[in-house]
Design a protein around this ligand. Structure first.
Ligand code: ATP
Length: 438
């Protein structure tokens, strides 16, 4: 069973060093989280898996790394300054504020329980505002980007020209985004600072439907390839009243979170909304010139927009299992090896001097190939438990026989089967075990 409660994952995350509450020594900040040593590795692995599938393994997508802070005009042209809003209500009894479209019962305050106490909804703008330079005046206003996508649109022509791209092609970017969410919460699901993985795929307008279908399939497959349970991830098309201001159609990849189905990723047909808007506002002609047909037109854009931090949360929930082993409960994170923060743990049975040399030798042999952890503390049982809980696919145990037979025991996380393998053959053995999974 995947983890059925958010607390289970939050507790494990804190205990083992995946995610800590931000500013914890000052009482915490509800909307921010810090990623510990294992969380940092997990995030990196998710980014790598996405970049691999979206950029490196394709010949029609290139990468970009644009600034978080751009000219204010970008957000005026994109429509975010005027329309990037959520409907906010305030309870006139307890003064708690909520996003009305996310309330189970839009007539009852979840905080004080009173009914009929909400104000009329008003549009609350989610842009996080700051001031550039030493003056806090209107002329110095800047926004922290609420999506990475606009950095791609405003660089569309730079990238197209410098990389000599022809339609269809995509530009991908991973980075932090910021939204002044009315109600952050559910652990790292909704935070004010988060990380996105977005790709804008530019194509001929008449091919947009076909590419939309392509990206729906490709993006679903990405989660499944990384081991997500097929019955806990699905595609759901937006109702017309759910669509963002720029979208013609949108489908969400949804995950069955402990509170129900919720968004992991949005895949939208943004039409030519953004390129047209930036052309109009900047005066730069961002139309595509088709030499053969001698025609200029605005490409349409299909955008798969995913969250790094939100995916990390879903992968943790999905991988979590509790099993009965010899009358005891074993907690194991069955993370895909690509995502596992530590690939191989090296565990000498004793920390006595005799095993130090051979432990170093094994660690040295493995380190160039995989992220490893050498753990010498506590009983071997406890160390296995720790490695299971952090999702380490293989443990290599060094015992006193190792000194005689130059062999170690390799324990498989999922089956708990143990193989005796020579130190010399350890790297090929593990490489074989990982197979094509890494
Ligand atoms: P919602 O309606 O839930 O506020 P959205 O539909 O506006 O979200 P998108 O703009 O489609 O979200 O963002 C694309 C992806 O970025 C989301 O699917 C999610 O993975 C991630 N994301 C968006 N907002 C947040 C947030 N506040 N915290 C964490 N991840 C987020």
């Amino acid at each position: 069973m995947p983890a059925d409660s958010l607390e289970t994952i939050a507790n494990l995350s804190k205990r083992r060093g995946f995610v800590f509450p931000a500013s914890e020594i000052y009482g915490g900040l509800r909307s921010s989280w810090d990623y510990g040593p294992l969380g940092a590795e997990l995030l990196r692995n998710i980014r790598e898996a996405w970049w691999g599938a979206m950029v490196r393994e394709r010949d029609d997508v290139v990468g970009l790394d644009s600034s978080i802070i751009q000219s204010r005009q970008v957000w005026a042209a994109s429509g975010h300054e005027a329309s990037f809003t959520d409907p906010l209500v305030e309870c006139t009894n307890c003064h708690h504020r909520y996003r009305v479209d996310k309330l189970d019962d839009p007539d009852q305050c979840p905080s004080c329980g009173k009914r009929g106490t909400f104000t009329e909804p008003r549009d609350f703008n989610l842009l996080l505002k700051t001031f550039l330079g030493p003056v806090e005046e209107d002329a110095a206003v800047a926004y922290l980007r609420p999506e990475t996508a606009q950095g791609i649109f405003i660089n569309y022509e730079n990238v197209r020209r410098s990389s000599r791209l022809r339609l269809p092609f995509g530009i991908a970017q991973i980075g932090k985004s910021f939204r002044n969410e009315i109600t952050p919460g559910q652990f790292v699901f909704r935070t004010r600072e988060f990380e996105q993985m977005e790709m804008e795929y530019f194509c001929r307008p008449e091919e947009a439907d076909q590419w939309y279908d392509h990206w729906l399939d490709a993006r679903m497959q990405w989660y499944l390839n990384l081991g997500m349970h097929p019955d806990r991830v699905r595609l759901r098309a937006h109702e017309p009243d759910e669509l963002a201001h720029y979208a013609l159609v949108t489908s969400d990849v949804e995950y069955d979170f402990p509170w129900g189905w919720d968004e992991l990723e949005g895949i939208a047909n943004r039409t030519d909304f953004d390129l047209r808007a930036h052309s109009d506002a900047s005066g730069e002609d961002l139309r595509y010139y088709d030499q053969e047909a001698d025609e200029r037109f605005y490409p349409f854009v299909i955008e798969p927009a995913a969250g790094v931090t939100r995916s990390a949360f879903a992968f943790l929930i999905d991988a979590y299992e509790e099993e009965e082993v010899k009358g005891e409960t074993r907690v194991v994170l069955k993370l895909h090896p690509k995502l596992a923060p530590i690939k191989v743990a090296v565990l000498p049975l004793s920390k006595k001097d005799d095993l130090v040399g051979v432990t170093d030798e094994v660690a040295k042999a493995l380190r160039p190939h995989w992220a490893i952890e050498v753990d010498v503390t506590q009983s071997i049982g406890r160390r296995y438990r720790r490695q299971d809980e952090i999702g380490t696919p293989y443990c290599v145990t060094i015992d006193f026989d190792t000194l005689d037979d130059q062999a170690v025991t390799v324990r498989d996380r999922d089956t708990m089967a143990q193989d005796r393998v020579s130190i010399e053959g350890l790297v090929p053995h593990l490489r074989d075990k990982f197979g094509t999974l890494l």
